[in-house]
Design a protein. Structure first.
Length: 748
């Protein structure tokens, strides 16, 4: 093993490439061999161990892979005996520098795909576990590893080490063995590409407004470092006059950790910057981080806005920032675990063309942390399909739209057909720019997943991914879901309709939820998306499904598309969704008779709630979206509160609120009805004091927000105010009040 490791490291350091050693065997053998590899490497850079087994004192859990992004190591041990996390693997391999070695510990290749993977349980709907998840993704990974350049496989055979594949040594520009590669100066541009990017940022910051700059790059090209180096140059005073001028750079990203490299390089480039709260400061010059939604709401002043890892930020937020700030630099990884930059580039380009037609794009090609043609980069791209691409425009434009016929794919066949799989996944990347490597595993292995495509002569023009949900019958579980005490994994629609929509029996029905639907942009608005939906409906009728459903961020365009497909609006989220930055909607289409009955009741319930929700929790909703919601709800009909069964639903929802199992916002329509019906009698009879009646009226009749109520009624905080309101409603109904120790449920 010592000689093998020495060979690998000499080759890796000579070429400044990253090579891979796969150790395939039983758990004990792979663990012991990995320790011997690390000892033989005697690495002078950090060694990262990713495993859920105690392989090393410094081991990190497999789930921590994504959190290591931004760090650097010279040797990386990834223990696939603990499971395989596609997102985490894609992230953590980016921490390995050129000249380093990736060591993957795997079960024997012959049966790896047949073993339950602990990290696959999250794509299985409750009560299913890891053993219900397919092995197609792992089987494909084995096929990718075996012939891959730069990969050495050592397999345990009969308790001993077996054969070793030959490493294909490839030398760049006849570089001699043992050549040394100097460390990159973190305070200066490392490549001409990076210097070009820095110059472009400086020019943009000092030039005309409303001409944003968009930087794109594969991982390891120094994109974030370029932002930090440019920021330091803008902040560092060159003259005494310049020093007197305040200058503020605002930085935003999906999270603070995403821009650690940016701040690190800024501090190295200008040591005069000192940590200050969430950023760096030197006198009245500062570079400060703020979350994207906070930027939109607070709109702090800034001379320049830097948006790092923009593909991980919802498009509506990016559009808002583009309109708010005159000078913006967007930077994103073209292929990365945060989201797929290719889709970002293609879709956000439309917004840039419309809002700021003079925008400029720049791509960084030359890697910094490793040399060109790096074998590990190629391996990660192939294994996770990061370079998947939809069919080219020219191949589709001449085909009659009527030729595209829907069909359901056999996933066993799809997993071994890389050309077809690449087209399907490429369409998802194109249509949904936050598509992640885990979505590939869901596509191939998720239990209850259906994959439909529109195909003609080997070309794919559209695809739809749906997953089965619901069918839960245990009464105790139904009540726990309704109360918000249980959230069964993988049942998004029934759980949302029960816990937030107040529909206790929602989880009993069987659903097919449309997770993704994508049509090639060149064929948009030709009815192909509705053709896929009709095919899903036909299949659902044969399977005995009750309802088809979807959940998405509310926009007028999407509401129109789903309404035209026969789907009805039944639920509106009361807070903005973290992924889309919009209020999440649920729309359903009935399939069975039971589904039709449920859909009618759910639609009438939303109709009755909307007059309270729109001026209350949804008062800040975009008016165009509000108008689309009103148009999408069912036609006015008899109020659901007129029926005894509907009154029972209202009573159950109010009891859930008093017990601390439902938020104020989610229970507000029922509270409004209760206040109209019972506040007067309770006040006259003395069951409520005048102050208590005033609080109930302010919250449920005037729809004043909780923050305002805290001030008016001089409460010690929101929690105390809500507890008081629960007690008031409890006495109004004769229900037990919420205990002091009751945990507050999350917002709906």
């Amino acid at each position: 093993m010592v000689s093998l490791v020495a060979r690998l490291l000499v080759a890796a350091r000579t070429l400044r490439h990253r090579l891979t050693l796969v150790l395939s065997g039983d758990p004990d053998w792979t663990a012991a061999t990995a320790r011997s590899v690390v000892a033989a490497a005697a690495c002078d850079r950090p060694v990262f161990w990713l495993s859920d087994r105690p392989l090393d004192p410094g081991v990190r859990p497999l789930a921590a892979g994504a959190r290591l992004l931004g760090g650097e190591c010279g040797l990386l041990v990834y223990d696939a005996w603990s499971g395989f996390d596609p997102d985490g693997f894609g992230a953590v391999t980016g921490t390995l520098r050129g000249g380093g070695l990736l060591v993957i510990l795997t079960p024997p290749f012959d049966d790896w795909s047949q073993r339950p993977d602990p990290h696959a349980a999250r794509i299985a709907s409750w009560p299913l576990g890891a053993d219900a998840v397919g092995g197609r993704f792992i089987a494909r990974l084995v096929r990718v590893l075996a012939p891959q350049s730069g990969v050495v496989i050592r397999a345990q055979r009969d308790g001993a080490a077996g054969s070793v594949t030959d490493l294909p040594f490839r030398f760049i520009n006849d570089t001699a063995v043992g050549a040394s590669w100097p460390d990159v100066d973190p305070a200066a541009a490392a490549t001409p590409d990076q210097q070009h990017a820095i110059t472009a940022i400086l020019r943009h910051a000092r030039g005309r407004p409303r001409r944003p700059l968009v930087l794109t790059a594969h991982r390891g090209r120094g994109k974030s470092a370029a932002l930090g180096l440019a920021a330091a140059r803008l902040l560092a005073p060159e003259t005494a006059t310049a020093a007197a001028r305040p200058y503020r750079i605002l930085v935003t990203a999906p999270n603070r950790a995403s821009c650690d490299a940016l701040f690190r390089h800024a501090a190295l480039a200008w040591p005069g910057l000192r940590p200050d709260g969430s950023g760096l400061r030197a006198g009245d010059r500062a570079i400060v981080f703020m979350a994207p939604d906070a930027c939109r709401e607070a709109h702090p002043d800034a001379d320049l806005l830097l948006v790092d890892e923009a593909a991980g930020i919802p498009a509506p937020l990016l559009s808002a920032l583009l309109e708010q700030y005159p000078r913006v630099v967007f930077a994103t990884t073209v292929h990365g675990y945060e989201g797929t930059g290719r889709g970002f580039d293609l879709r956000f380009r439309e917004t840039l063309d419309r809002v700021t037609p003079h925008w400029r794009g720049l791509t960084l090609e030359q890697p910094i942390r490793w040399a060109a043609d790096d074998p590990l980069e190629s391996l990660v791209f192939r294994a996770l399909l990061l370079d998947a691409a939809a069919v080219g425009d020219a191949d589709l434009e001449s085909i009659d739209p009527a030729a595209w016929q829907p069909e359901r794919l056999n996933r066993d066949a799809l997993a071994v057909d890389d050309a077809l799989l690449g087209q399907v996944f490429g369409l998802l990347v194109l249509a949904h720019y936050q598509t992640r490597p885990l979505d590939l595993r869901l596509l191939l292995d998720g239990p209850g997943v259906r994959v439909l495509v529109l195909r003609h002569q080997g070309l794919v023009a559209g695809t739809l991914i749906a997953v089965a949900e619901g069918g839960l019958t245990d009464p105790d579980l139904l009540q726990a879901v309704y109360d918000g005490r249980r959230r069964p994994r993988g049942h998004l629609l029934p759980q949302t309709l029960s816990a937030h929509g107040g529909l206790l029996d929602a989880p009993r029905l069987r659903y097919l939820r449309v997770v993704r639907i994508a049509v090639h942009p060149v064929l948009a608005r030709r009815g192909l998306g509705r053709r896929l939906l009709r095919a899903l409906y036909s299949s659902a009728r044969l399977e005995g499904i009750d309802l088809l459903g979807t959940s998405f961020g509310a926009t007028p365009g999407l509401l129109g598309f789903w309404s035209a497909g026969g789907y009805r609006l039944v639920q509106i989220g009361l807070s903005r969704n973290a992924a889309s930055a919009e209020h999440a909607l649920v729309m359903l289409r009935r399939v069975s008779r039971s589904g039709a009955t449920f859909l009618g009741a759910a639609g009438r319930r939303l109709e009755a709630r909307l007059p309270v929700l729109l001026p209350g929790p949804l008062r800040r909703l975009d008016p165009a979206v509000a108008a689309a919601l009103i148009a999408a709800v069912p036609r006015p009909g008899r109020s659901p509160w007129a029926a005894d069964s509907a009154q029972q639903v209202q009573q159950a929802e109010l009891q859930s609120f008093t017990a601390g199992q439902r938020t104020l916002e989610a229970a507000l329509p029922a509270l409004a009805a209760a206040a109209r019906q019972g506040l007067g009698p309770a006040l006259r009879s003395g069951r409520l004091s005048s102050d208590e009646a005033a609080l109930l009226a302010a919250a449920a009749a005037q729809l004043r927000p909780a923050g305002e109520l805290v001030t008016i009624f001089q409460a010690s905080g929101r929690a105390a105010l809500i507890k008081n309101l629960r007690n008031i409603v409890g006495r109004l109904l004769g229900c037990p009040v919420v205990p002091d120790t009751m945990a507050q449920p999350p917002d709906a």
